[in-house]
Ligand binder design. Sequence first.
Ligand code: GLU
Length: 557
Amino acid sequence: MTVVTRFAPSPSGNLHVGGARTALYCWAFARGRDGRLVLRIEDTDRKRSSDAASLGFMTDLDWLGIDWDEGPVQGERGGGSHGPYFQSERLPIYTEHLERLVAEGKAYHAFDTPEELDAKRKAARQAKEAYRYDRAALELSAEEVEARLAAGEPSVIRFRTPDAAITIVDEVLGEATLPAGEVDDFVIRKADGYPTYHFAVVIDDAMMEVSHVLRAQEHFNNTAKHMVLQDALGLPRPVYGHLSLIFNPDGSKMSKRDKDKVLRAAVKERSIEDAPNDSNGEPLVAADVWSTWRGDKSVQLDLDTLEQVAAALDVSLPEINVADFRRSGYLPEVLCNFLALNGWSAGDDLEKFDNAFLAERFDLDRVQKTPAKFDRDKLLAFNLDAIQGMSPETFHGLARAHAAEFRPEFIERLDESQFRTLCDASLERSKTLDEPFSVNRFLVAADDEIDWVVTKPVRKAMFKGEPTGLELLAKVRPVLEGLSGFDAASIETAITGFVEEHAEGNLGRIAQPLRVAVSGGPISPPIFDTLAILGQRAVLARIDRCLEVLSESSPAG
Ligand code: GLU
């Protein structure tokens, strides 16, 4: 038997790390068994699905190195003989099977209005009973059904669930039996003509010859519905394995809500009353929405708005989706390695491995039943280790690609050799591909954007000693101005000479004032590199402004 797994995202929103882990396990299970991975886009919920989201999912999978054998075509990937792979393009297939079930009396049309159903649900609630559809539609005669359909009355198709217990067999979670009557006559085709998830998934898994369904635990109970449908349709049953959720260390669900929480906390802490403005001077969030969101933890801003506000306030949000981790400069192989460990173990305390190893070793026996806790510090440590293990060339190439996508201002502002200097200077301490840029934004700021807040280290660098840092800075300026080449080596030679003459050979006496002058603060890459990256013109301009601004400020305190 050929192993066929599938990853079947609903294209709304973004690929969450939990979804990415499911995809990775499906991929590894198939790859390690000479099988196939099918990518199927479950877009029957037309209101919530979008092409942009489908494309986003594919881009994220691509980036992670999760290649699908069959599915939507993207670049080299996709195609296959079991398509189409978008459920919205498979309606004729579903209709054929739906009609067959109705003809065989295994499913039926129902005309109950949403109001009628709501009333029945409410009555069940009041009677403290579980709601189940009461099969009212089965009272209708065949003629009446025909007439109402012909009249175009809105209707759904419901599956006539057999009155028997259902035992779900799951390779990860074990068995569970649902008593007879637990699953009611559920809807298999909606009023808009689209099949429900349950129906489409059963048809597609069979037609795409899926042998193993690995999916999120939230679908465990749905499996009962899928099983009764498979029996009614005479379709084979795949092997099921349901995967536990990934949680935050505090036991809460990892979700977009976490981003709202972090931003809300920052807004409160800084006592920000009004929403920041966009580039046209308009508030990013309407005043009433903003104030509700500020005060009510259950309210969320939409993701785009949230990210714009966070960017405007310089708040970094926790990564939740694959795209977030990418933007933060995590390496795809590290994220895969880490996700693999969140819910599966390789045994022998082995923690570091690549996707090829995972494919070779992945099995369902070692998939954990209990939720995994997502340890961000550990992920960051993994990423740091991977970066430290890179050659400068590799790091440079990856950092450049990262900057081209997420930090274009660095590509625009720095020439090849300055960019290279920044990478070389950052390699040793960067935990992510983004760090060379995120911590060194002063490099691409306009010269007049640098400001000098006189914190303790700034005061020490500029106003202490004899002569003071500020005085040394004024003295070193003509030396830097006189240089004809402004590479790190020339700067080093010049400054070393200067230090011998004016600072008893103590480089720190001038390095720190220079650092403060060009960056605004006491932290930067090694000073000669920093100056070379900035270039002579910017260095001199920043020194001039710094001398001017700080000479007026009080050194006291
Ligand atoms: N489309 C479903 C989801 O995104 C997945 C269903 C399945 O794997 O069966 O949750």
